[in-house]
Design a protein around this ligand. Structure first.
Ligand code: OVM
Length: 404
């Protein structure tokens, strides 16, 4: 780092480690502290500048010219450090390289293009709920039985994967989301699986591994049309498999946790099942399954009066922005009457989650299937978090249901 990076006298600093166990387990206190300290806080431990206020996070997300993704959206600066895998053509790329892969994937995942999945996924959700009730009765781990099971049942098949090896998907995603943070114990714990898991995921991205009617086949067809190169196609499939499973699993878990702890909101959903989509977005705002992403300053830049050096990493706290009381009334309340649109849980700007319509469709199917059968749900024990450097994720969510 150059000495232009030296913090100015007025710049708030913090030696907190956002990736330490205490903050990953309970991020709210750190969010409050950093939001209160100022619009930009220098995190001395990693020499990065942190944004936690909604307005500043939003402004940085939409300014891709100043805050690039091509140097990596984790702590590692790809200008100096070799990425752990070939960079994503979407997430870790800037215009113009970013644009063709983005356009191809966006068109494959528009609400219109997903319409044919709706009925099938609704049926799959009803079956999953029925099986859960038959096999586990009215008390079980809603994380394993519902939140993790449902995406694994419908999404890999929609991409075009076969039924074998799907148990690799969550560990691979867990590894990828840990890799955005520092090389701490969470990264070390999975280091021995990088080769094996990457080899399996990469093998699924080949044209021959994919069914002829899935998202994967459509990516390869786009390459045949010349909208992508054939070298790009497998990496775009890899994005689906990296970003599309853990995110929805922990997003659905967030929604189930929200309802288990807000019984009134469950009654509201039961009365008006068409609220399922907005409920999912509110759960994404409220928990922010993806907590953080970094950007890299393409030039020396002034953020709310604070100079940030060219090449400096900026840590954007999506979760803190989604809980900013300056933007949200009573932000810690999960509230189906609020309008959660504008939350940054899916990001904002040119990189905003390209799979968000897939996620909402999964959520709508599962939540409406549950709302039909379940009159009341509550926690049956202490939920357990699974710690990840980026994801606000779960290990278990014990619930007790009353059927309708
Ligand atoms: C990707 C990707 C996109 C979004 C999130 C993510 C691991 C990965 O394109 O591979 O997290």
């Amino acid at each position: 780092m150059t000495d232009t990076a030296a913090p100015s006298a007025s710049l708030p600093t913090s030696d907190a480690d956002p990736f330490a166990t205490e903050h990953l387990a309970h991020p709210e206190a750190l969010h409050r502290r950093l939001r209160a300290a100022g619009p930009v806080v220098h995190l001395t431990r990693y020499d990065v500048h942190a944004l936690t206020r909604y307005q500043d996070v939003h402004a940085a997300l939409v300014d891709w010219q100043t805050f690039q993704s091509g140097a990596g959206v984790g702590l590692a600066n790809f200008r100096h450090e070799k990425p752990w895998r070939p960079p994503s053509l979407l997430l870790e790329a800037d215009p113009p390289h970013h644009d063709a892969p983005r356009r191809v994937l966006r068109e494959i995942l528009t609400p219109l293009a997903l319409r044919h999945l709706r009925e099938r996924w609704q049926t799959a959700a009803e079956e999953l709920v029925d099986t859960a009730l038959t096999e586990h009765g009215t008390e079980f781990d809603a994380f394993a039985v519902l939140a993790a099971a449902f995406p694994l049942r419908v999404f890999p098949a929609a991409v075009g994967l076969g039924p074998h090896g799907l148990e690799n998907l969550l560990p691979y995603g867990n590894m990828a989301f840990n890799a955005f943070g520092p090389r701490n114990a969470l990264v070390e714990a999975d280091a021995h699986r990088v080769g094996e898991l990457s080899a399996w995921v990469n093998a699924q991205c080949a044209r021959e591994a994919l069914s002829e009617d899935g998202f994967g086949a459509r990516i390869w067809a786009a390459a045949d049309r010349g909208d992508l190169t054939h070298a790009q196609a497998p990496l775009v499939v890899r994005s689906l498999l990296t970003a599309g499973v853990d995110t929805t699993v922990h997003g659905l878990a967030a929604a189930l946790y929200a309802f288990a702890t807000h019984p009134q909101e469950w009654q509201r959903l039961r009365a008006r099942p068409e609220l399922a989509r907005v409920a999912f977005d509110e759960a994404v705002r409220w928990q922010s399954p993806v907590q953080t992403f970094f950007r890299t300053a393409t030039t020396a830049v002034d953020i709310a009066g604070t100079p940030v050096p060219e090449g400096g990493k900026i840590l954007m706290f999506l979760g803190a922005a989604n809980g900013d009381p300056e933007r949200w009334a009573d932000p810690d309340r999960f509230d189906l009457t609020r309008d959660p649109s504008g939350h940054v849980g899916f990001g904002m700007g040119i990189h905003q989650c390209v799979g968000q319509h897939v996620a909402r469709l999964e959520a709508e199917a599962l939540l409406t299937a549950l709302a039909r059968r379940v009159a009341h749900l509550e926690l049956a024990g202490e939920p357990r978090r699974h710690l990840n450097n980026t994801l606000r994720s779960w290990a278990s969510l014990p619930v007790r249901l009353r059927l309708s």
